[in-house]
Design a protein around this ligand. Structure first.
Ligand code: PBG
Length: 327
């Protein structure tokens, strides 16, 4: 009790604060998402996400090298597919020479296992309606979609992708994908399930970046989780672990720290937080407009660690290492 106990004692100096520091961020906590587009020698700024670019495949070398130099362990690739390649069923997802597969092969050729490659498993970049699966009777049809996702997974694994990240929220897809990976001789492909993915307003800038926002006429609430719920996210995680997921994602991140913390506490598995595009743009714009210092980026990352995240997917990854971490 006071005055015997004074919690301010250890706060008095930087060195003493360092002694009692409970959580830190290091390079290995960060995963960098990278947007790719068709064409040659393209680097195009994304209007909804200041300082984030889309790169053509021949221009990826610099950003990937930067991530490796910054000791970032993995990158996540997101393709922007041209309109004339989109259709109702997302056929281009099953083209083994599509943009994302070509990018994976190029990066693997140049960088071998210096960096892990994560690919989304979902149809939204490829469908003319912007949904993550095929539509039947006005909703995304679960079982028909899963059949396609199995194929998409095999194609991406075959192109060299290290981590498949199903972000579609269909029921049962982790088990089906895992079985087919085992059967087709991909026993070591990691499955990072977007297990607790909420139907969120915070994906806006991302949808603008890969041009799905103008296509989407309805929301994704019949497959992504209802943000009023938390128990349900634990069920999602339990199912995905039992179906063979190696890690799970909670997405978005900032408004869902409670979910990260519960999942970590209950299941003790690697939980990855996705600091999504809307969170990025809010913070980035506040810093650019000088109404907030850039330490806010670091503070945000620490909050994910405090909640129990093993790693954070963030568009800030390179900036964090370069500004805040001694490598
Ligand atoms: C699509 C997907 C989305 C994001 C990653 N994969 C958007 C969506 O579900 O509509 C969002 C990422 C972000 O906002 O940064 N399967």
């Amino acid at each position: 009790m006071y005055p015997l106990t004074r919690l301010r004692r250890t706060r008095m100096h930087k060195w003493s604060r360092n002694v009692v520091k409970e959580n830190v961020i290091s390079s290995s906590d960060l995963i960098l998402p990278i947007f790719i587009k068709e064409g040659i020698n393209k680097k195009e700024e994304i209007s909804s996400m200041p300082d984030v670019y889309k790169y053509s495949i021949d221009n990826l070398e610099k950003i990937v090298t930067q991530a490796i130099k910054n000791k970032i362990p993995a990158i996540a690739l997101f393709p922007e597919i041209e309109n004339d390649k989109k259709d109702e069923i997302g056929s281009e997802a099953l083209n083994e020479n599509n943009l994302v597969c070509q990018a994976v092969r190029e990066i693997k050729k140049k960088f071998k296992n210096e960096v892990g490659i994560i690919c989304d498993v979902a149809l939204d970049p490829y469908t003319s309606h912007g949904h993550d699966g095929v539509i039947k009777n006005e909703v995304v049809d679960n079982d028909e979609t899963v059949k396609i996702l199995i194929e998409q997974s095999l194609i991406q694994a075959n192109s060299g992708c290290d981590i498949l990240a199903p972000s579609d929220m269909m029921d049962g897809r982790i088990g089906e994908i895992r079985k087919s990976l085992e059967k087709n001789n991909f026993p070591n492909t990691i499955l990072l399930s977007y297990a607790a993915k909420f139907a969120s307003n915070f994906y806006g800038p991302f949808r603008n970046a890969i041009s799905t926002s103008t296509k989407l006429k309805t929301d994704k609430k019949n497959y992504q989780m209802d943000f009023h719920n938390s128990d349900e996210s634990l069920k999602e995680v339990l199912l995905d672990i039992s179906e063979g997921a190696d890690m799970v994602m909670v997405k978005p991140g900032l408004a869902y720290l409670d979910i990260i913390s519960k999942v970590k506490e209950k299941y003790n598995i690697p939980v990855i937080a996705y600091n999504v595009s809307g969170e990025y743009s809010m913070i980035k714009n506040a810093i650019k407009n000088k109404i907030m210092g850039d330490d806010a980026i670091y503070e945000t990352m620490v909050s994910f660690k405090r909640a129990g995240a093993s790693a954070i997917v963030t568009y800030f990854a390179n900036e964090i290492v370069e500004k805040f971490i001694d490598i």
